[in-house]
Write a protein that binds this ligand. Structure first.
Ligand code: OAD
Length: 239
């Protein structure tokens, strides 16, 4: 690798697990205690907005009790010394990558694309306006944009909705020299398809860092299995 190359990093819930945030598909994961169609689809929200708001209120409140871990910090540290480009694509809706970057000045070009949205933002379903949001959300809230009550929803990409930043992500994948997938089970598209696309194009070196082989593990050239806080700092430490 030359210090001017483009590194594309894809992260999933596994990178935040050791900060204390549950993953989705573990035995005690979020999708064990909650039905996806009830809390992560537009139809579920239309049926029972209160239940959906409660699910995301709980997760938003948890963010106050957690901090970035050594894996988030290893990526931020790399951004502080890498002269080339780093594109961080995250499926996570927590803000731990953003917080790890606080106080870090990227040496080269750095961009972070939270493709599934953010717990710290809400969207008005009437105007599509997005606002920063830190506290609990309920059907009683009035939006600032059109002054309507009950139009605010978490700015989270639900199943059946289009992820954010797909154009920017597609362009970054075209430039990637190294693609590193961290802490994702590889079960949700389009993110799960990035490694397959890159494997076909044969330009980038493909690395998986995860607790266990993901659904697409066979597409990676290099694989390291273990806890993110242990294997991510080691992997990026030498760069
Ligand atoms: P998953 O819960 O599907 O997968 C988490 C992955 O992290 C698994 O492969 C675990 O083995 C791994 N893992 C767990 N602990 C780890 C640790 N300490 N270190 C390293 N790896 C660890 O979560 P995602 O792949 O992120 O979407 O799920 C993708 C999407 O599915 C989410 O963004 C969410 C969900 O439905 C939406 O809600 C739209």
């Amino acid at each position: 690798m030359r210090n001017t190359d483009t590194i594309v990093i894809l992260t999933g819930a596994g990178i935040s697990a050791e900060s204390g945030l549950q993953t989705f598909r573990a035995e005690d994961g979020l999708w064990c205690g909650h039905k996806v169609e009830e809390v992560a689809t537009p139809e579920g929200f239309a049926r029972n907005p209160q239940k959906v708001q409660q699910f995301y209120n709980m997760r938003r409140a948890q963010l106050q009790d957690v901090s970035p871990n050594a894996a988030h910090q290893a990526i931020a540290g790399l951004a502080g010394r890498w002269r080339g480009e780093i594109v961080l694509i995250t499926q996570n809706v927590d803000d731990l990558h953003q917080r790890a970057m606080e106080g870090v000045t990227p040496k080269g070009n750095y961009a972070c694309y939270p493709m599934h949205g953010s717990l710290k933002r809400v969207r008005c379903t009437a105007s599509e306006e997005v606002s920063e949001w830190d506290s609990d959300l309920s059907a009683e809230h009035t939006c600032l944009c059109c002054n309507l009550r009950g139009t605010l929803r978490p700015d989270i990409v639900w199943f059946g909705e289009m992820p954010y930043f797909l154009e920017e992500i597609g362009a970054a994948l075209d430039r990637a020299t190294l693609f590193v997938s961290i802490g994702t089970s590889g079960s949700v598209y389009p993110a799960a398809g990035f490694v397959q696309q890159l494997r076909l194009e044969k330009r980038a070196h493909l690395v998986e860092l995860n607790l266990e082989p993901s659904a697409g593990s066979q597409y990676f050239h290099e694989r390291h299995y273990g806890k993110a806080t242990e294997i991510v700092p080691v992997f990026f430490g030498g760069m």
